[in-house]
Design a protein. Structure first.
Length: 136
């Protein structure tokens, strides 16, 4: 059987500025140029005013766990080595919620509203994935 590897993000017109920021270890989120709404995930149109104009701002990289799940069974063989791992929704200080992993702590110690900060996982020369760890 061939080696299984975890999938890597696929860049497109909507998410390219996010992933380019991640490569530079900057957490970027889109802000509507018309109404100022900060949104996640990135999309062509603002869901509040339907404007196609936006700018990308640097988020501060901190937030709080909104909800989470601890995976004890791998959904795909490539994830087996990572068990157990945490998938969480983190509410960024700026407001949007981002799906991510919580790392560098015992999964049993994670709780809703736990303060977290971004940590970078450089998986290739082109792709760095933002994950979050407890704020020290």
């Amino acid at each position: 059987m061939a080696d299984m590897t975890k999938p890597v993000p696929q860049l497109n017109a909507d998410n390219r500025p996010f992933w380019e920021g991640c490569r530079e270890h900057r957490l970027k989120i889109p802000k509507c140029s018309s109404c100022g709404y900060l949104r996640w995930p990135p999309a062509f149109l603002c869901p509040k005013c339907l404007s196609a104009e936006n700018e990308w701002i640097n988020a501060c990289g901190t937030g709080r766990v909104y909800t989470y799940a601890v995976y004890h069974i791998a959904p795909y063989p490539a994830f087996k080595e990572s068990l157990p791992y945490v998938v969480a929704m983190v509410t960024l200080e700026e407001g949007p919620r981002m799906m991510t992993n919580i790392i560098d702590c015992d999964p049993a110690g994670i709780y809703c509203e736990m303060p977290v900060e971004v940590s970078w996982d450089d998986i290739t020369e082109e792709i760095s994935i933002p994950r979050f760890r407890p704020l020290q």
